[in-house]
Design a protein around this ligand. Structure first.
Ligand SMILES: [Zn+2]
Length: 200
């Protein structure tokens, strides 16, 4: 069973690879450079996570002009990093992953969405609609797997620790600096999850 996994080098998608691997999937991970500030560190982390999990080198797709034209706290320092909304980001990811999947004769794609959602393209409803649109557009059955969608960040960090996954290999900050900024939503979620775990 093969699956194309959208991998960003962050904790969620790295754990997603690990869980799918544990379920017996043969993983092809795909990394998308959408012009994010954190591209270089994310890509490095993505490759490190793949090496750790002994999966094939991730495919890197360059769509950096998307972020160059569509401004967001993820793609330019002109907008504060606390405003990371990038329209259609996850739909774009799914379009690329499913296109690759069809070309490689693979019928599963996976994305590491969690239960907590801030944007409309992070919900179960979005995934259901996107999967239908992709099947209609492609004319073949594509399954969109979201095995983390019942979990929050606390659960993800706890699971990563349970599997002794080296969290330090991952990179989740939206700013892209060596030291995580501590201000972006990704930093805040991981910090509060680690804090809660220490107290549990
Ligand atoms: Zn950050």
């Amino acid at each position: 069973m093969k699956v194309v996994v959208l991998a960003s080098g962050g904790l969620d998608s790295s754990l997603l690879c690990l869980l799918l691997q544990n379920r017996g999937y043969d993983i092809k991970s795909i990394f998308i450079n959408y012009g994010q500030l954190a591209f270089a560190r994310e890509w490095e982390a993505c490759q490190n996570a793949a090496r750790y999990l002994s999966i094939d080198s991730p495919l890197c797709v360059d769509l950096s002009d998307f972020g160059a034209q569509i401004k967001s706290g993820l793609t330019t320092t002109e907008i504060d990093v606390t405003n990371p909304y990038l329209p259609n980001r996850n739909l774009l990811f799914l379009v690329v992953a499913s296109s690759y999947a069809v070309s490689a004769n693979i019928s599963n794609v996976a994305i590491g969405l969690l239960s907590s959602h801030v944007f409309p393209d992070q919900t179960r409803e979005f995934i259901k609609s996107a999967a239908l649109a992709l099947r209609t557009s492609l004319g073949v059955n594509i399954n969109v797997l979201v095995p983390l969608i019942g979990l929050n960040k606390y659960d993800v960090v706890r699971l990563a620790q349970h599997y002794n996954f080296p969290i330090h290999l991952t990179y989740s900050c939206h700013m892209g600096n060596e030291t995580p900024c501590g201000r972006c939503i990704s930093c805040l979620e991981i910090e509060s999850a680690l804090y809660a775990l220490e107290r549990s």
